[in-house]
Ligand binder design. Structure first.
Ligand code: MG
Length: 161
């Protein structure tokens, strides 16, 4: 299996479909781009995911969440991750490796999505808080992908039809 395919499968296995990310991109960008559709957003989300920086960040983030669920880290570190401590911040830093290659519009959208947690971000955040699964790293990754796709749309799509 190639890494892009593996990445999409892993996201789906962790409860995050391409469409659920595209919905966030649509939410972030529809007010700036007329006639923006979910279909179009899906294309841009896939463009973001297939980049090497994204693939590495997504696979690493999910691997950390899964390892923390299994308690594989030293107790202190494991608790930092599973408790999603507010000041931990390493989850955001990892996600920035996706955002950083997509410019300042991606960065501002990333902060915005992280703050208001639209759609699937809220869902996985809730599952994480309930300790059903660990999504400490995944929620930031989803924000980063959606925000980066929104930035690409801002750069490549015409503002008015
Ligand atoms: Mg997080």
């Amino acid at each position: 299996m190639d890494l892009k395919e593996l990445t999409i499968k892993k996201l789906q296995k962790r409860g995050v479909s391409i469409d659920s990310i595209a919905e966030i991109t649509l939410f972030l960008q529809e007010k700036y781009c007329n006639n923006l559709t979910l279909e179009k957003c899906r294309e841009y989300v896939l463009n973001v995911i297939e980049k090497r920086e994204s693939i590495y960040a997504i696979l690493t983030a999910i691997a950390i969440d899964e390892a923390a669920e299994k308690g594989l880290f030293d107790k202190e570190v494991n608790e930092l991750i599973t408790n999603d401590e507010g000041l931990y911040g390493i989850d955001e830093i990892l996600a920035l490796s996706i955002v950083n290659v997509h410019g300042s519009i991606a960065l501002t959208n990333f902060g915005y999505a992280d703050k208001i947690k639209p759609g699937i971000i809220k869902v996985i955040d809730h599952i994480g808080k309930q300790k059903i699964q660990c999504h400490t790293f995944l929620d930031d990754i989803v924000s980063a992908i959606a925000a980066s796709a929104a930035s690409r749309i801002a750069h490549y799509e015409k503002k008015d039809n």
